[in-house]
Ligand binder design. Sequence first.
Ligand code: ARG
Length: 588
Amino acid sequence: METIISLIQKELCGAFKKAGYNEKYAKAALSNRPDLCQYQCNGALAAAKEYHKAPIQMAGEVAEILKESKSFKEISAIKPGFINITLSESFLSEYIDKMAASEAFGCEKADKPETIVIDYGGANVAKPLHVGHLRPAIIGESIKLTARYLGHNVIGDAHLGDWGLPIGLIITELKHRNSGLPYFDENFTGEYPKEAPFTVSELEEIYPFASKYSKEHPEYKEEAQQATAQLQSGRKGYLALWQHIINVSVEDLKKVYTRLNVVFDLWKKESDAQPYIPDMVKDMKENGYAHIDDGALVVDVKEETDTKEIPPCMIIKSNGATLYNTTDLATIVERRKLFDPSKIIYVVDKRQSLYFEQIFRCARKTKIIGEDVELIFIGNGTINGSDGKPFKTRDGGVPRLEKLLDEVEEKVLEKMQEREMEESEIKDVAAKVALAAIKYGDLSNQASKDYIFDMERFTSFEGNTGPYIFYTIVRIKSLLSKVQEKGIVIDGNAPLEPAHSQSETDVMLSLCKWQDTVYAAYREQAPHKICQFIYELSDSFNKFYHENRIVNNENEKVRNSYIKLSRLVGDVLGTATGLLGLEAPERM
Ligand code: ARG
């Protein structure tokens, strides 16, 4: 379905042509001055140069022609050469009717669906999810859902870190604690136990301990590095331990991601890319892309136009070990082979941006990937506490994600104390609202910007917050159940009434932005645009709701039209919040 801007533009094109001007100047945009008009065209200003005329004169000529159109209620030429546009109520309500009747409220599916891999999450086995993992998960999920909504084939991959020194550290520490385990006996030929020799909480204690200890004891670190190398070259007992670590961790990670309503299609791991490394490295050498520098194999990736130093991409260390880089490159090889995507999107902390610049350049230079595949890095900003420093939980401890979720849920529960609901329902509702507080609070910020996690503000039921948005959706749901209780039946085919008031017009104008919002959010990987849309629509709806009698309106035609409009707002808000990975409760 055509967007409203493009319909306006069509009218403009006709008028520009009729007035003798090139239609390329007939561009419509949202008004910069909503107090004066709804849309505007600045084309006359741009055209003035070509036609050597005063812009206001040209705008006036075009405006005179536009005034004849039924689509507009008001057209005026304003100095120095703007054309101010206000739509007629009937044009607007007819457009909304079409939206309501269209699939996806008029959003067109992609002509050529693309295959897109999204790499987000970034969790590491043996380490609990912490606040730093929140943003990639939330942002990546929304990008995935938005692309899928537009018909693309999207594959979300958790890309777990499971192959580096942390595993060697855990193995080493386990050995120090219990060297009698069969995993450490190189002559052991039996079957290793099915049960892991640790629980997830033990694991979470072992890793930080070993990591800290290794920093103070070089010989211990050396041992861990050796264990890592032995694991990577296939030592059986270590592989068995590694498998235990993965099993125990993944189960736990899945629990937290499920709570976050983040759903990966793939739980691939860094180790899965290892089989692709030997051939990749061979190619790089044979084709002369890689060279030895100080014993290490590297690929130069600097370019003449660089204004900052871009170091070479290291592929193999002088001791023969592969690195994070090597894995990421091999993962690209793997993804091409398995999915042949046209885009790979990475949502990772923006502090890794230089690293990804190296990886992308290296992948292109070594022809691991062709020009037809887009590699996109979305670097997310950090979450800070109210002091502007990296976020800490109330007790000042390590900000574990689960803990944060608990705290926000508690806070929401506190605010919902007076509700008359069963204990189990109130808990379920609080969990949903808490998630809205967190996700909406996050996504309403541009991905690359840092933001302050303000518990009070995020959980507030007023203002630009997740709970406020849910409140609006729930308000509409309860309005619709009243409609049902009263036995009001609405003819779905009856057209909407042209708006009776400014607040109703504003609801319709907000709705009209839906398609362009979704397209832009997809194109620019910008979920915050969906948040802006949601907030504006919620706000305009609430104003309309307060100013008008809806279910009890004495004029039946008007009542039905209001109900129809409310239902559409509810449906659109439900879909839009769905694209943020949120699901509103029935009541709250
Ligand atoms: N596990 C990594 C970390 O903790 C993040 C992974 C991001 N994705 C990637 N393909 N490198 O830093």
